[in-house]
Design a protein around this ligand. Structure first.
Ligand code: SF4
Length: 164
């Protein structure tokens, strides 16, 4: 079959690696770590008005084994940080983290002994979302940033063991 005939039937060629990156970037499953008031805006993002389903991230997972993007929404106490880190450690690689709002990014107005001054003290944060609270469309933008990071990753998607 000639190339022209194949294209007429709807075929296209690409690299498996590019296809996998495209699929991964369009199916980010968030782990909603709602800790305070920011969580309400995070939930609004998933509703019909902002409709995160347009970007393939409507499947919020409450199991760390089934999610690959933690959204830390709200201020975090030192006591809670241990639990969050434990959940993060249970998420499979590759994974990403969004610090949503002033409190998750820097501690915000809670400059006191019991509050961690930013989720990046115990998590590798990829994207910071400013605001108190951030609007749902700002969190959508953060999801798009994560998608861009996935597409631009240099690590191979498929890692095959070396032959003995
Ligand atoms: S950034 Fe503002 S809205 Fe978000 S958790 Fe902190 S105080 Fe609440």
């Amino acid at each position: 079959m000639s190339l022209e005939q194949a294209l007429r039937q709807g075929f296209f060629t690409t690299r498996l690696e590019a296809l996998a990156r495209w699929a991964m970037s369009n199916s980010v499953f968030p782990m909603p770590m709602g800790l305070a008031c920011c969580a309400i805006e995070m939930m609004a993002m998933a509703g019909p008005r902002y409709d995160v389903a347009r970007f393939g991230s409507e499947v919020f997972r409450f199991s760390p084994r089934q999610s690959d993007c933690m959204i830390v929404a709200g201020w975090c106490t030192y006591k809670m940080a241990h639990a969050i880190r434990r959940i993060w450690d249970q998420m499979p690689e590759p994974k990403w983290c969004i610090a949503m709002g002033a409190c998750a990014s820097t501690g915000g107005m809670h400059r006191c002994y019991g509050v961690v001054q930013g989720a990046d003290q115990f998590l590798p944060v990829d994207v910071y979302v400013p605001g108190c609270p951030p609007r749902p469309d700002a969190v959508l933008h953060a999801i798009l940033e994560i998608q861009r990071k996935i597409r631009e990753r240099t690590e191979p998607v498929f890692a095959f063991p070396e032959k003995e």
